[in-house]
Design a protein around this ligand. Structure first.
Ligand code: NAI
Length: 717
C-alpha cells in the first residue's frame, strides 16, 4: 500500500497505491500498512531528513471506506471507535515524528485524503483538472472523524472551519483551496510536485505543527474568550434556522465537536470528535445519505440505467426549439459543456432574448471571478439564435421546448425532421404530455424520447429521461450520454402520465392540500413539511406551481380512468383545489393570490387569512408526526406503485430522482431508501402505512408487492 523510496538527501517518499482498488481509501489494508509505515519511520528516523506523502492513483486519496461504514450497526460501535482512534493516533505520530512531512497532493483529496494532508506540516497540490479538496463528510451525514474537525478548527479557527469547510462540505478547486489556506502551494506541472515538496523539507528541517508550539492560540478565539462566548448561542440558532427542523444530525454533531474540541487539549479533542463520529456512523441518517449520494449516484453515473450495446455518444451540435425559459436554459447548459447550439424561436428577437439569458449567467460568473471573460465569450459564441428552420441543418440532436401543446410540438418537429442528420436524436422537454403520443408526429419514432429538465435548468442537476413505447436503445443511450456530457444526472423512466417526478410530487402536495380541507391549521401543515425536511413547505410550493395545473391534470386523468372502466378514488385535495380556483379565484402566485397573499411585486406576505373561515381551519388536530408522515408516505407508497407499473426501473433512479427532482428530504436517502431505512425496516413501514391508510385513506395502503417483500424479510432493491 505504501511504496517507500529514500533519496540521496534522506527524504523518504511514501507513495500510496492500494493494489486492490482504483483509489486509495481508509480500509483495513490502509490502516495496517499505515501503522507499519509509522513504526518504520520512527525506527529509522535517524537516517531520515523528511517525508513526502503522495499517491500513485489519479486521486490522492478517496476518503473513508464507505462500504464498511454503511454496514456499521450499533453493535459495531466499539470497532468503529477503535479504528478511528488508532487512525488518529498514527496520524498524530506522523505529525510528531520530529521530521518535516509534506503532502504532495497529486489529485483529489477529499475526506480522509484531506485529513491525511492536514496531519502533514505543509501541503503542495497539483492544479489537476477536476481535482477537488475538502471535507465533504457532512453531505453523507457524517463528520471528518480522522482528526478533520479538530485540525481544521485549530488551523482556521472555529468559525472559518465551520463555514468554509465543515458544515457544507464544500469541494474546493485547488486554486480556491490555496486562497483559503487549505493548501500552501500550487504547481501546474506534475513533475514539479514532489520536487517542490522536497524543497520545502530542506528549507524547514525543524517543522512542527502550529498547535504543537507552546502558547498557540486558535485563531478567532474560543469559547473561553468572553466576546467569543457571547456570540456562541447564535451558532446553534443559525444552524436550526438553516435546517428548519429537518432531522440532520451531522451538522449538529460537527458544531458540537468543533466547539467542545476547541476548549480542550488536542488529544481530548480527538476523543470528542470520535464520539460524535461513532454516533453518526452507527445511526440511520448517514446510511441513508451515503446510499443515495455515494452509491446510488455512482451507479447512475456508471450507467446502470443505460443500455450496454450502443457506443458512447458525444453530442456535437444541438438544435433547441423554443427559446423560452426552458429552451434558454437548455441552450446555456449545452453550450457550457462545449456543444454547438442552434437556438430557434418564432422570431429572431425571441431567439436572441433566449441567448441573452446565457449572457446574463456568464456575466455574473465572470464578475464573481468564477470564469474568465475569454471562456465566457467562447460559451456564448457557441449559441446561434435563429428563426429559420434551415439553420438546424446538420445537427445531431434536437431538443424541443415550445409551449405545452401536442399539436404545436408535432408541428415543430415536422418542420425540421428532414433537415437534421438522418439519425439525429429527437427529444421533447414536455413536462406532462405522453412521449409515445408525441412520437406519432415524427417519421422516426424510434429516435424520439423525452428529456424532462427542471427549472431553472442551469441550477437543477436532474434530467428525467422518458422512454416511449417505440424509443430504441440507441436513442436512450444517446439521451443518457448527452445528459452526462452537460454534467447533469440522468434518471430513466418509462412513459406514463406525469412520468415519475411530476406524478409523485403530486401525492405530497395533495396530502397537504387535503389537510387544509380537513380543517388543520395551514401554518402547522407548512411547519410539518419543513420539519420532515422538504426544502419548500407544500402550500407555498403549490402556489408557485399554480393550482390550475393539478386541477387540469386530475380532470384529464380522471376522465381517462373512468373511460377505461376503472374506479376513481376521490382524494381530499380535490374539493379544496376546486374551491380555491373556482370559488375564490386564488390560483397561486402567478395570479397574485393562492394559499398565500402576495404584494404588488409578487412577494409572499403571509398565509391567506380567509383560509381559516373557508375551510374551518384550526378546527381539527392530528398528531404532528402523522402530518409529516402523510407527506412522506404518500410519495413512498406511490413510488412503489411506479415500480409495480413499470414506470421506474431502478432504485437509484427513484432515490436520486426524488431528491434532485422533487425535493424529497435528503436525510431519507430518497424515496425508496426511506422505506428500507424506516424503523423496523420494511415490516415497520408496512405496518405504519396500514395504520395511516386506516386513519386517512387508501392512498397509504401498501401495495401487495411491498407487503410480500416485507414478509420475506427483503429490502427494496
Ligand atoms: P415558455 O413559454 O417560456 O417558452 C416557450 C417558447 O417556445 C417561447 O419562446 C415561444 O416563442 C416558443 N415557440 C412557440 N412556438 C414556437 C415554434 N413554432 N418554433 C419555435 N419556438 C416556438 O415555456 P417554458 O416554460 O420554457 O416551457 C417549454 C416546455 O418545457 C413546455 O413543454 C413545458 O411543459 C416544458 N417544461 C417546463 C418546465 C417549467 O418549469 N417551466 C419544466 C419542465 C418542462
Amino acid at each position: 500500500m505504501f511504496r517507500w523510496e529514500t533519496d540521496a538527501d534522506g527524504i523518504v517518499t511514501l507513495t500510496m497505491d492500494d493494489p486492490n482498488q482504483s483509489a486509495n481509501t481508509m480500509n483495513d489494508l490502509f490502516r495496517t500498512s499505515f501503522h507499519e509505515t509509522i513504526e518504520r519511520l520512527e525506527s529509522e528516523k535517524d537516517s531520515i531528513t523528511g517525508v513526502v506523502v503522495t499517491s500513485a492513483k489519479k486521486t490522492f486519496f478517496a476518503g473513508g471506506d464507505l462500504d464498511l461504514l454503511i454496514k456499521a450497526t450499533k453493535a459495531d460501535a466499539p470497532k468503529v471507535w477503535e479504528n478511528v482512534t488508532n487512525m488518529k493516533a498514527d496520524l498524530r505520530r506522523l505529525e510528531q515524528l520530529g521530521r518535516p512531512v509534506v503532502a504532495a497532493i497529486n489529485g483529489a483529496a477529499l475526506g480522509g485524503g484531506y485529513e491525511i494532508a492536514l496531519a502533514c506540516h505543509h501541503r503542495v497540490a497539483l492544479d489537476a483538472k477536476g481535482s477537488q479538496i475538502g471535507l465533504p463528510e457532512v453531505t453523507l451525514g457524517l463528520l471528518p472523524g480522522g482528526g478533520g474537525v479538530t485540525r481544521t478548527v485549530r488551523k482556521f479557527g472555529i468559525q472559518n472551519a465551520l463555514l468554509n469547510i465543515l458544515l457544507q462540505g464544500q469541494r474546493h478547486k485547488p486554486a480556491k483551496a490555496l486562497e483559503l489556506g487549505m493548501i500552501d502551494e500550487l504547481v501546474t506541472d506534475a513533475d514539479e510536485l514532489v520536487a517542490k515538496a522536497k524543497e520545502w523539507i530542506k528549507a524547514n528541517p525543524d517543522a512542527v505543527q502550529p498547535w504543537d508550539v507552546k502558547g498557540y492560540k486558535i485563531p478567532g478565539g474560543t469559547p473561553s474568550n468572553p466576546s467569543f462566548a457571547a456570540n456562541l448561542p447564535a451558532f446553534p440558532a443559525n444552524l436550526r434556522k438553516q435546517l428548519k427542523g429537518a432531522p440532520m444530525p451531522a451538522p449538529r454533531n460537527i458544531l458540537a465537536a468543533a466547539v467542545e474540541g476547541a476548549q480542550v487539549d488536542i488529544d481530548t479533542a480527538f476523543q470528542v470528535e470520535g464520539r460524535y463520529f461513532v454516533e453518526l456512523v452507527t445511526g440511520q441518517v448517514s446510511k441513508n445519505m451515503t446510499k443515495a449520494f455515494f452509491f446510488d449516484l455512482q451507479a447512475i453515473n456508471k450507467g446502470k440505467s443505460r443500455p450496454d450495446g450502443p457506443e458512447k455518444y458525444t453530442a456535437q451540435k444541438v438544435a433547441v426549439l423554443g427559446a423560452g425559459m426552458m429552451g434558454a436554459g437548455i441552450a446555456y447548459s449545452s453550450a457550457r459543456a462545449g456543444i454547438e447550439v442552434v437556438l430557434k424561436d418564432v422570431s429572431l428577437e425571441a431567439a436572441e432574448k433566449g441567448k441573452a439569458y446565457s449572457k446574463k449567467i456568464l456575466d455574473k460568473a465572470v464578475s464573481r471571478g468564477k470564469m474568465t471573460q475569454e471562456k465566457a465569450d467562447e460559451v456564448l459564441a457557441r449559441i446561434t439564435p435563429t428563426d429559420k428552420a434551415e439553420d438546424v441543418e446538420g445537427v445531431d440532436m434536437v431538443i424541443e421546448a415550445v409551449f405545452e401543446s401536442p399539436e404545436l410540438k408535432k408541428k415543430v418537429f415536422q418542420e425540421i425532421e428532414d433537415l437534421v442528420l438522418p439519425d439525429a436524436l429527437l427529444a421533447s422537454n414536455t413536462s406532462t404530455l405522453p412521449i409515445t403520443d408525441l412520437a406519432t408526429g415524427v417519421k422516426r419514432d424510434a429516435d424520439f424520447i423525452g428529456l424532462h429538465f427542471f427549472s431553472p435548468v442551469d441550477k437543477m442537476p436532474l434530467v428525467e429521461i422518458v422512454v416511449g413505447e417505440k424509443t430504441s436503445d440507441e436513442a436512450l443511450a444517446k439521451a443518457f450520454d448527452y445528459t452526462l456530457q452537460i454534467k447533469k444526472t440522468p434518471i430513466v423512466v418509462n412513459d406514463s402520465r406525469g412520468f415519475f417526478t411530476s406524478r409523485v410530487i403530486g401525492t405530497f402536495l395533495n396530502e397537504a392540500i387535503a389537510m387544509v380541507g380537513e380543517g388543520i391549521e395551514p401554518a402547522s401543515i407548512e411547519q410539518a413539511g419543513a420539519q420532515a425536511g422538504y426544502p419548500a413547505p407544500p402550500l407555498q410550493l403549490m402556489d408557485e406551481l399554480t393550482l390550475t395545473l393539478p386541477q387540469k391534470i386530475r380532470k384529464e386523468t380522471k376522465a381517462a380512468i373512468l373511460a377505461a372502466g376503472k374506479e376513481w378514488p376521490e382524494h381530499g385535495s380535490e374539493s379544496v383545489v376546486d374551491r380555491m380556483v373556482d370559488e375564490f379565484d386564488r390560483k397561486g402566485r402567478s395570479s397574485g393570490a393562492g394559499f398565500y397573499e402576495y404584494d404588488e411585486d409578487g412577494k409572499r406576505t403571509g398565509i391567506w387569512p380567509g383560509l381559516r373561515s373557508a375551510f374551518n381551519s384550526g378546527s381539527t388536530e392530528i398528531p404532528f408526526e402523522d402530518m409529516k408522515e402523510r407527506m412522506l408516505f404518500a410519495e413512498a407508497v406511490d413510488t412503489v406503485r411506479c415500480f409495480d407499473e413499470g414506470v421506474l426501473r431502478t432504485v437509484p433512479d427513484a432515490n436520486i430522482g426524488s431528491i434532485f427532482g422533487i425535493g424529497f428530504p435528503p436525510w431519507t436517502g430518497g424515496v425508496i431508501q426511506y422505506i428500507n431505512g424506516y424503523p423496523g425496516g420494511l415490516p415497520g413501514f408496512v405496518g405504519r402505512a396500514n395504520e395511516l391508510a386506516d386513519k386517512y385513506g387508501e392512498q397509504f395502503r401498501p401495495p401487495a408487492s411491498l407487503v410480500e417483500k416485507a414478509k420475506n424479510g427483503e429490502t427494496f432493491e
